[in-house]
Design a protein around this ligand. Structure first.
Ligand code: FES
Ligand code: FES
Length: 164
């Protein structure tokens, strides 16, 4: 790590967190190690798995691919920051009902991605859901149950029958 640290302040789930970070420090490391946001998981640290997905300035990003310094004076929401949201709760319940959680390691990133997607798409097709979730990897469930869980919430939003 370089020695010249950068002073940053990031709003994480509504609370300002200030720290001196290394220029190459990732937002993921900042969130977990300095902001206590351990609901953000590290699966690969190189942009492949999506477990580290958060909402950064209103957009979902893989936080391992963002530098902490880029988040100075910006806003980050992790799953914990949106857990009271109705859509988030519907998704969490649907994941449980559909057996879309096994080890649970991928789940926070999956829920953040699904919630952001459903917020913007009111009547998505199953293929659109698959595409939206394609950046989030799961070693356990085989994906069908995850897509079923998201599709179920989407269908309840629109009154559409699953598979219709
Ligand atoms: S930890 Fe960021 S994509 Fe895997
Ligand atoms: S439930 Fe284990 S990685 Fe997805």
């Amino acid at each position: 790590m370089g020695t010249n640290k950068v002073s940053i302040t990031v709003n994480v789930n509504g609370t300002n967190v200030a720290a001196d970070v290394y220029p190459e420090e990732s937002l993921l490391d900042f969130l977990r190690n300095r902001a206590g946001a351990t609901d953000v998981k590290c699966g690969c640290a190189k942009g492949d798995c999506g477990t580290c997905t958060v909402i950064f300035e209103g957009r979902t990003v893989k936080s391992c691919l963002v530098l902490a310094a880029q988040a100075d004076n910006k806003t980050v929401l992790t799953l914990k920051g949106i857990e009271q949201d109705e859509l988030t709760q519907q998704l969490q319940e649907s994941f449980v009902v559909h057996g879309a959680i096994q080890c649970g390691f991928c789940t926070p990133g999956m829920i953040v991605t699904a919630r952001s997607f459903l917020e913007k798409h009111t009547n998505p097709s199953r293929m659109q859901i698959k595409q939206a979730m394609s950046g989030n990897l799961c070693r356990c469930t085989g994906y069908k149950k995850i897509v079923d869980a998201v599709e179920d919430v989407a269908s309840k939003k629109t009154g559409k029958q699953i598979g219709g």
